[in-house]
Design a protein around this ligand. Sequence first.
Ligand code: IPE
Length: 260
Amino acid sequence: MFIIKLGGSVITDKSKKECFQQDIVDNLSEEIKKADKDIILVHGAGSFGHILAKKYKLNAGYKYDKQIEGFSATHAMVQKLNTLVLESLQNHRVHAVSIAPHSILRLDNHILDEINYKVFKEYLNKSFTPVTFGDVVLDKKLGFSICSGDFLVKVLADHFKPEKIIFVLDEDGLYTSNPKMDENAEFIDSTTADKLKKLITSLDNHADVTMGMKGKIDSINEIAGLNIDTILLNGNKPERLYKALIGEKIKGTIVYGDNR
Ligand code: IPE
């Protein structure tokens, strides 16, 4: 079984509010169908979620009444994006079922408090493709907060121990710094959890050129600790997701799990 995260910057145009990348998602749906694997799919929120979540400071928890309006507006937006992803999958005969995090999971000060894993398991057993996504959720300590897609990947991978985790990005993989801001950024085609930790320490000293890439590396680093191989690849380039799913070599970054 595979866990795939479709990044918000691939499925939406992050610079424009509510801009869904239909053609790219359609290509990815087709590749998922063609590969014919058991998959839990997780997608990010992109421009559908981040703009409102930031405006209402939802990740800081409940502080003022207007956030209630912001919480439900943000939820409606990510649910709308989820419906667009689901439609694309269904049009390509992937039998997807939406599992909204806010209804099956609760956090406690950003840490997992409870989650219903059974619902994922039962749908997988019946040959469905469960689809979940970055969402606003209840938080025991904070009232509410945000559950990101990367967090869901970590929690689900820890429980289901997939064969591989795949992050679909708008870049070829990981670099030693942010390639959009630093022309000396070097591509990393394979690495280990240990080496990633060292890279994080060196990136901390160059915060100006590394923002963006560092956040990604931080979450990959936590996942690498689970001893599962993780592949990062470019979702804008045709066939890369398909080839990674069937085990062919592609341009991308592979992060080998801890016990190597
Ligand atoms: C964020 O999810 C969820 C909300 C803002 C409600 P992600 O963090 O997984 O989204 P992307 O992939 O960065 O867009």
